[in-house]
Design a protein around this ligand. Structure first.
Ligand code: SF4
Length: 99
């Protein structure tokens, strides 16, 4: 709870940075899951499929892939990885959703 003007000004000054950090985390996928919490097999599979949290190609990203299932805005899961993925991520198993 804000009790004085100084706290209000400090909160107002920090808000844009917090919003930027949250947006950046969502963009790179780290807001969807904790990479450190993945099992060794999940980490190995991601490495072998060259999974990246942020796709280098905007036309090929998880949310456009047939193996992706959305669960929340910007976040979902991958049937190939058998785990979480961000909508903007990518791996070598990308397969476009049928149109
Ligand atoms: S197969 Fe690859 S591109 Fe497709 S949803 Fe899974 S991680 Fe994303």
């Amino acid at each position: 709870m804000i009790t004085n003007r100084r706290e209000l000004l400090a909160l107002a000054a920090a808000a844009p940075f917090a919003a930027f950090a949250a947006t950046r985390a969502l963009a790179d996928g780290t807001a969807c899951y904790d990479p450190a919490a993945l099992s060794m097999s999940q980490k190995g599979l991601r490495k072998s499929l060259q999974f990246v949290d942020l796709s280098p190609d905007a036309t090929k990203r998880c949310e456009l892939c047939a193996f992706y299932k959305a669960a929340a805005p910007g976040c979902g899961s991958c049937q190939i990885l058998n785990g979480p993925a961000a909508s903007g991520s990518f791996c070598l198993s990308y397969a476009a959703k049928p149109k």
